[in-house]
Write a protein that binds this ligand. Structure first.
Ligand code: SF4
Length: 403
């Protein structure tokens, strides 16, 4: 992490005091009052985004919520140096991009401070151009710093057509950098991208559970060598089902004694990997924003004992966690169902408590696929699933609760 960010231990205590707790424990009330308007708070550290040379805040504001009614939060994020902002046309039920647009209209001078990212869910050249132009219009932006193909898992989409489209959009000044986000088949996606030479950035699911696997380490190393900027998302490592775990209780009380929450410790674990440029977190309210900022400013390293306990928790709760290795289960069922997506939507429902978002996502699965979900034999997929997830049972639950 940058040493030039004003983040000395002394400054950390200054922000901790501003947080009202003298520790990393969040205190929304104290923060809502904040420091005096004219004060100059410390800023979260920055890191270089791949070979682009661009400095981005190590904490990115995930705008999966209604930013239109949350303008104060955007202002606070800027004050604390959270200048990497991430959105998508579908976020906040369509109100995320619009809300960022309202903010830039009101404070046009702030656009240059922000590393602004959106995504396209259309992947053909015509769809990409339409999606980009609509996003530019909604956000009142003249350009995006980074433009992603949204949530892809097929390396075949990284073809010459896509490369030429990105090159042209850059030449037109509409985007500065290009890449993709991915939740599934991630390691293969990263390895494929590392060989291309025209992918600038990738946002991937990355957390304390999977960051240490050999496959993920190799994929991250390959991107790092290729100069691709990496942004971690879904860093809390939540699962499709919540699993009771003794290790989780121990984890929580261990960190509380040291002044962190376990949620903050999970962010800190990701930041301990220097090959990750930024960590994107959904921060729909001031308490989460300030809690995450405090974690970003903390310079204490997690110990080997901390990481061992996290590992124990990961092992105990593994049957509820799906790391998106869809080439295993979806191949076993002849690609008749998007198992990885369904597990993610259940995660939104069961672990994030975001029922509307889970249902909206589930509704995007083609009707004919949804209609036959309960008739598919998932036994081959269950036998191969490395997490031993009860796929058939969870798919039935998804149909019942999200359908
Ligand atoms: S094989 Fe298991 S862990 Fe992997 S994507 Fe499928 S359900 Fe998830």
């Amino acid at each position: 992490m940058s040493e030039k960010n004003g983040c000395s231990r002394r400054n950390f205590f200054k922000i901790a005091t501003a947080l009202g707790a003298g520790s990393l424990l969040p205190s929304g009330a104290a923060l809502a009052e904040g420091e005096a308007e004219n004060s100059n708070p410390v800023k979260v550290p920055t890191r270089t985004f791949g070979k682009t040379g661009v400095k981005v805040s190590c904490l990115a504001l995930g705008g999966m919520f209604d930013t239109a009614t949350n303008q104060l939060l955007l202002k606070q994020a800027l004050r604390w140096g959270v200048t990497y902002w991430d959105t998508a046309p579908s976020y906040g039920n369509g109100n995320s991009e619009t809300g960022f647009g309202d903010f830039f209209k009101k404070y046009p001078e702030t656009r240059k401070e922000v590393f602004f990212v959106t995504k396209s869910e259309k992947f053909d050249p015509e769809g990409l151009s339409k999606s980009l132009d609509e996003s530019l219009q909604r956000t009142n932006a003249k350009y995006f710093d980074l433009f992603f193909l949204h949530g892809i898992k097929d390396p075949g989409l990284l073809n010459e057509q896509t490369r030429d489209w990105a090159k042209n959009a850059k030449a037109q000044g509409k985007i500065k950098l290009f890449g993709f986000s991915t939740h599934a088949n991630m390691e293969d996606m990263l390895l494929a991208a590392s060989k291309l030479g025209w992918i600038d950035g990738i946002m991937l699911r990355y957390d304390f559970r999977i960051m240490g696997t050999d496959k993920m380490r190799s994929a991250v190393d390959a991107c790092n060598k290729a100069g691709i900027g990496l942004t971690a998302m879904k860093t809390q490592g939540k699962g499709a089902v919540a699993v009771d775990s003794q290790a989780e209780l121990e984890l929580s009380s261990r960190f509380i004694k040291r002044g962190f929450t376990d949620a903050q410790a999970k962010l800190m674990a990701v930041w301990q990997e220097p090959k990750i440029s930024a960590l994107c977190s959904e921060m729909p309210n001031m308490t989460i924003l300030m809690s995450n900022i405090a974690a970003a400013l903390e310079r204490t390293k997690l110990t080997a004992g901390d990481l061992r306990l996290m590992d124990a928790f990961a092992r105990e709760s593994s049957p509820g966690y799906c790391p998106g290795c869809t080439s295993v289960c979806e191949t076993a069922i002849g690609h008749s169902a998007p198992v990885g997506d369904i597990m993610r939507f259940l995660m939104y429902f069961n672990s994030y408590g975001e029922a509307d978002r889970a249902r909206r996502c589930f509704a995007q699965i083609p009707q004919e696929t949804r209609d036959r979900l309960e008739t598919i034999d998932f036994s081959a997929a269950e036998r191969l699933c490395p997490q031993k997830i009860e796929i058939a049972k969870l798919v039935r639950q998804a149909v019942k609760t999200l359908g």
